[in-house]
Structures are given as structure tokens and as C-alpha cells.
Design a protein around this ligand. Structure first.
Ligand SMILES: [Zn+2]
Length: 362
């Protein structure tokens, strides 16, 4: 879906007068703001990620506080050069705040990559986040977008964005501070491949302590492969799920027990009728703890001859997880009537629910 949106937007973007390309004063200083910096604004007493009270600070005062490039855009409505920095096409999960005052403006889930070269969003965090003003400057009629708390200029709003809103918030990267989503100390993720990800996802969705399950691909040599590419078996990628869980409610041991209950870890590159390396049984470990826990349970199961043949699950160091296309997410719940769901997924869920009946989400 993301890819489709990108393709759809390349064509119209090229012909549009984007954000403020025609503004006479362009901020030329390259904004080398790197993604993921921790925000620390010791010189800005108005900066807060939590205070929502509206600010009324004079430009004179802001000029003393803000870096010149941010002052020029935020307080004098200048426009930075397109393709400034890395924010315009970054897809890291996290939150975008007003760089002037710290007010929350967008979530990364509201962002899309537009070829206009400015960070673009199709929706704002909430209706207070951003306010609008008619902008008739430079012989154009545009809608200016301003921070809902401090009133600083952010960019413009256009009506040529993607579904579901059709809006494009075309923002200056210098106006935004980005804070990546951080797993809390009680949250952990692990990436597992147990054949078709629809099955594995559907099972873990019901386990108590699991916060999120996302279907996707890991391993292999192709950057961001599509489902069709993975299906060829030539990318080296496996169908996997990324499980985010609360360590205070479940643990690695239980996650692995479920894993070895609902798939067959003894068939090399195969689960039932699904054949190919993309269906291999695999644990992508992110740290030594996950690797040791995996080795230990595999040894235990082999020693106790739980299966009639030896476990062939491979342990591979985690490199990257690529989420699958939208229609693969939550597939079982959205397609229960389909024969594959009834014949292949349903029995696995029933087996899981029987064995882990006390551990199901309420
Ligand atoms: Zn602000």
C-alpha cells in the first residue's frame, strides 16, 4: 500500500507548486538534523512536549531563543529547500513535534513519502495540533499551516494527498522535531518465522501479554521485498511475524512454547503444503538472551523427543524487519470464511487455545 501511494504521488507532485518553492527568500542553510536525536532545548523555556497551553511570545523574544534557520521558517514563513536533510522520506516510527515549542503535531503513521521533497502527512495528530490561515502571498492562494500552540509557520496544506483524507500537509523539516518510538524497558520484540505468517500472527494475537503482532519479512538480500518477490523463494527472506510483548505479562519461554506448538519445526523449508525457504522455521534473535533461550528450548525439545524427528529451526541474527503489505495484516480475522483460513489456520488456533487456555487474552 505504501508503495502504491508513493507511485501515485510522484506524477502530480512534479507539476505542482509545492510548499513554498516560489517564496523569494529561501532558507538555504542545509538542515542536517539527524533523525533520532534526543530533544534537549536548554535555551528555550517555552519548549514542552506536554504543555498544551497556548503561547503568546513576541518575535523579538523568539529571535533570541531560536536558531536562525528555525526563526526564518517558523516566524518569518520562509521555506527551506526541498530534499533538505533526511526527514522527507524517513519512515522511522515515532512522533513529530513543533521544533519551536515542542507541541505534538503528527505521528509517523500519518506520514507518507511525497516526491515533493518536504516531509508530508495526510492527517494531523488531533484537531488542535495545527491551525490554518489563508495565505495570498506570492500571487498564490494557499492554506498556511501553523502550530496550534505557538502559532509558528510549519508549511502549507494541499488537497492532493492520499486516502483516507486526501490532504497533504507539506511541512518544512526544520519546523519539526522527531522522537523515535522507543520500546519501554518492559517491552520487547522478537521476530519468528513458522511458515505462513497469517497463521502465526493469528495465534499470537490471542496470547495474553502480546501487545502487537505484525506480519512481514526478514532475512535475505533484497531491500523491502514485496510479497510476490518473497513468494518466488529467491530473495532469501522468510515470512515472519514481529511480536511486541510486555515482559511483565509473558516471556520468551512462553513465546517459544507457543511457537513450537503451532508449527512443525522438523520439516526443512516447509510447512504443510507451503514449500520454499520463505516458509523456513526460523528465529531471528536480536540479542544473546534471545539466542540462548532459543537454543535452550530447542535442546530441551530434542532431548525429550517431543517430535519424532530433529528440529531444523534455524537461528539467524536479526538484521531488519520489513512489514508486509496492508492486506496481509490481521489476515485471518479479516478472511475467516476463506478455505485456507478454515483448513490451515483454524486448526492451529484451536490447538493453541486448547493448550494455552489459561493464557488467552480476556
Ligand atoms: Zn509550536
Amino acid at each position: 500500500m505504501k508503495k502504491l501511494i508513493q507511485i501515485l504521488f510522484i506524477i502530480p507532485m512534479l507539476t505542482l507548486s509545492a510548499c513554498g518553492q516560489s517564496n523569494k527568500k529561501e532558507v538555504t542553510k542545509n538542515n542536517n538534523k539527524t533523525m533520532g536525536n534526543v530533544i534537549n532545548k536548554p535555551n528555550n523555556p517555552y519548549y514542552s512536549n506536554t504543555d498544551t497551553k497556548k503561547l503568546n511570545v513576541s518575535n523579538e523574544e523568539w529571535k533570541k531563543i531560536l536558531p536562525p534557520d528555525l526563526y526564518a521558517v517558523g516566524r518569518e514563513a520562509d521555506t527551506e529547500r526541498a530534499f533538505t536533510g533526511t526527514m522527507w522520506n524517513d519512515e522511522t516510527k515515532g512522533t513529530y513535534y513543533c521544533a519551536v515549542c515542542g507541541y505534538k503535531l503528527f505521528e509517523s503513521t500519518q506520514k507518507f513519502t511525497s516526491s515533493c521533497g518536504w516531509p508530508s502527512f495526510f492527517e494531523q495528530d488531533n484537531k488542535e495540533s495545527i491551525t490554518f490561515k489563508l495565505d495570498k502571498s506570492y500571487g498564490m492562494i494557499r492554506t498556511e499551516a501553523l502550530c496550534g500552540r505557538c502559532g509558528s509557520h510549519l508549511g502549507h496544506l494541499f488537497n492532493d494527498g492520499p486516502e483516507p483524507t486526501g490532504k497533504r500537509y507539506c511541512m518544512n523539516a526544520v519546523s519539526l522535531d522527531f522522537v523515535p518510538f522507543k520500546e519501554s524497558s518492559t517491552t520487547e520484540t522478537i521476530v519468528l518465522g513458522g511458515g505462513c505468517y497469517w497463521c502465526v500472527e493469528a495465534v499470537y494475537e490471542n496470547l495474553d501479554g502480546v501487545i502487537k503482532v505484525e506480519s512481514g519479512f526478514s532475512g535475505g538480500t533484497v531491500e523491502n521485498p514485496s510479497y510476490e518477490e518473497v513468494c518466488t523463494g529467491r530473495t532469501g527472506a522468510a515470512e515472519v511475524v514481529e511480536i511486541t510483548y510486555d515482559k511483565t505479562k509473558t516471556n520468551l519461554d512462553e513465546i517459544f512454547k507457543v511457537f513450537f506448538t503451532v508449527h512443525d519445526p522438523t520439516t526443512l523449508n516447509r510447512q504443510g503444503a507451503d514449500v520454499g525457504t520463505q516458509y523456513r522455521s526460523v528465529i531471528f534473535y536480536k540479542n544473546e538472551e534471545q539466542k540462548k533461550a532459543a537454543e535452550s528450548i530447542i535442546k530441551e525439545l530434542n532431548d525429550n523427543k517431543v517430535y519424532s524427528s530433529k528440529i531444523v529451526t534455524s537461528l539467524e541474527p536479526f538484521k531488519k524487519f520489513y512489514p508486509a503489505e496492508d492486506y496481509h495484516q490481521n489476515y485471518y480475522n479479516n478472511n475467516k470464511e476463506k478455505p485456507y483460513c478454515q483448513m490451515v489456520i483454524q486448526p492451529k488456533i484451536e490447538k493453541f487455545e486448547k493448550i494455552f487456555k489459561d493464557r488467552l487474552k480476556k
